[in-house]
Design a protein. Structure first.
Length: 160
């Protein structure tokens, strides 16, 4: 069952790339006492993710933060080195925290897996966004099929 409004975000550990290299970050560290705009993509460097999804959150970062968002985070079932390279390629800097869910543990825990085997990509994440306040989901926007509408930064801005 997919995560929904009112649910507490499940415990999981992501990997991010810090000054000393890869480092773990738990959901408690990410969400406790904060408002987080989390969005998930099927894959780094994929067309819609690179042309629209991540760039939208990068370009609207200051507006999201002005509306009370403490952290903007992008999660994908990719390894930390791919997420680091993608963030650098997209010039996200410190605007978007790039989170690797390398084994898909968080993605499975929130019930938003995507079987992308027919595309040679294995198990990935569905495209979605969440507004999470102190670990509780306040808004959940899950795309249907191959759409890109409700998980966008623009859609999220209207919800804040």
């Amino acid at each position: 069952m997919a995560i929904k409004v009112g649910d507490r975000v499940p415990s999981a550990t992501f990997t991010t790339f810090g000054p000393e290299g890869p480092k773990p970050i738990t959901t408690d560290e990410l969400f406790k006492g904060k408002t987080v705009a989390l969005f998930a993509v099927p894959g780094a460097f994929t067309p819609t993710c690179s042309a629209k999804h991540l760039p939208g959150f990068k370009s609207h970062a200051s507006e999201l933060k002005a509306k009370g968002v403490d952290t903007i985070a992008c999660v994908s079932v990719n390894d930390v080195f791919v997420m680091k390279a993608w963030g650098e390629n997209q010039g996200v800097g410190s605007d978007v925290l790039m989170l690797a869910d390398g084994n898909g543990e968080f993605t499975r825990a929130v019930g938003l897996e995507l079987d992308a085997a027919r595309f040679g990509m294995g198990s990935r994440s569905q495209r979605y966004s969440l507004i999470v306040k102190d670990g509780v989901v306040k808004e959940a926007n899950v795309e249907q099929g191959g759409e890109f509408k409700v998980s966008s930064a623009e859609y999220m801005l209207a919800q804040l």
